[in-house]
Design a protein around this ligand. Structure first.
Ligand code: OTD
Ligand code: ZN
Ligand code: ZN
Length: 346
């Protein structure tokens, strides 16, 4: 008997599309399966103003192949110079759906991020007033904090104080990687959400380091111990409204990954839905995949769910390409390390 699973069309609540030739190469990979994406603004230079976001939105739409539909939800990159009124205008126009907080230096292209969180308090106040969510890369960058502890320390030292100072601010903890993140997100009531990536549901830190270094599994926040991965799977498959999919699909060319100083990021746009179906089936929670990928995100952002649907069918393992080509070079597709029996069939 053929097993199929039909969901509302999913969305990706955390996505890196880049620009130029890379944008052209990766956008169809997401648009094939996803209705909308929260588009990360960490370009060089970053997407800081409403004008930057408008121009980037136009470039994305221009890169979308004929016959495909996709709705890019734009995000402003918060700097210490961000003007609260510009943020309010961008939100009122319907163009911008979130503001992104990068602690300076935390991840790829985050050097224009925030060093002094007090300086952006007026922006947080405005966002709390107008109901615009803040997406947070939750890692401290202090040299004396171990990289595996940076998420947990961020919650205590930065995130919790911000949320206490601005109790009405809607916050998304992006790409949580720890049990601490799961527990804190759960305790936050309906002003707090958390995205979970595909790859953090699948790999732990051993996958990166055991048997030779695997640069295509290196991303930020770095994958943690197995007990944390297990907590993430439990959260994602719980169906709880707090948790939703943000793939953090982050393309870099192979030469930039396979290097003495390799870039951080896993490229999962191509096979995410197959990977998730496998993870949810293993957790005996296929019935919760729609909540995670298609329902909880729009509910948090106050947007309607997609009208159309996506159907997955179980069968012989699907062969995805090992990489996609871009004019900048090849980009390796995330290898989950197990066969994928679910493919997108409609
Ligand atoms: N993590 N790589 C990138 C961003 C994310 O922190 C993130 O959101 C990237 O390449 O833009 C990564 O590993
Ligand atoms: Zn991040
Ligand atoms: Zn990201």
């Amino acid at each position: 008997m053929t097993q199929t699973l039909t969901l509302r069309r999913p969305d990706d609540w955390h996505l890196h599309l880049r620009d130029g030739e890379m944008l052209k190469a990766v956008l169809p990979e997401t648009a094939r399966h996803f209705g909308r994406g929260i588009i990360m603004p960490n370009l060089i230079p970053p997407v800081v103003t409403s004008e930057d976001a408008r121009a980037y939105h136009s470039r994305i739409m221009a890169a979308l192949p004929e016959g495909m539909t996709f709705d890019p939800l734009m995000v402003l990159y918060l700097t210490e110079g961000t003007d609260p009124e510009d943020v309010a205008r961008a939100h009122a126009s319907g163009l911008v759906k979130a503001v992104k907080l990068y602690p300076a230096g935390a991840t790829t292209n985050s050097n224009s991020g925030v060093r002094d969180f007090d300086k952006v308090a007026p922006v947080f106040e405005k966002m709390a007033d107008i109901g615009l969510p803040l997406c947070v890369h939750g890692e401290v960058t202090d040299a004396d904090i171990d990289i595996f502890d940076r998420e947990a320390v961020f919650i205590d030292r930065v995130l919790d104080p911000i949320r206490r100072a601005h109790p009405n601010l809607r916050v998304v903890m992006e790409h949580i990687t720890t049990k601490n993140g799961v527990d804190y997100a759960r305790s936050g009531g309906d002003t707090l959400g958390a995205t979970i990536t595909t790859h953090h549901l699948i790999i732990n830190r051993n996958h990166i380091l055991v048997g030779g270094i695997k640069p295509h599994y290196y991303c930020l926040p770095v994958a943690k111990r197995e007990e944390h991965r297990v907590a993430l799977v439990e959260a994602a498959t719980s169906g709880e409204a707090t948790f939703f999919l943000g793939t953090d699909s982050a393309p870099h060319t192979d030469p930039n990954k396979e290097s003495a100083c390799g870039c951080a990021g896993c490229f999962t746009a191509t096979n995410t839905m197959s990977c998730l179906a496998e993870v949810f089936e293993t957790a005996r929670a296929l019935d919760k995949l729609e909540a995670f990928a298609s329902l909880n995100g729009p509910a948090f952002y106050g947007l309607p769910v997609n009208d159309s649907t996506l159907t997955l069918t179980k069968g012989d393992p699907v062969a995805y390409p090992t990489h996609i080509d871009s004019a900048e070079g090849p980009v390796t597709v995330f290898d989950p390390g197990f066969p994928l029996h679910w493919s997108v069939t409609a």
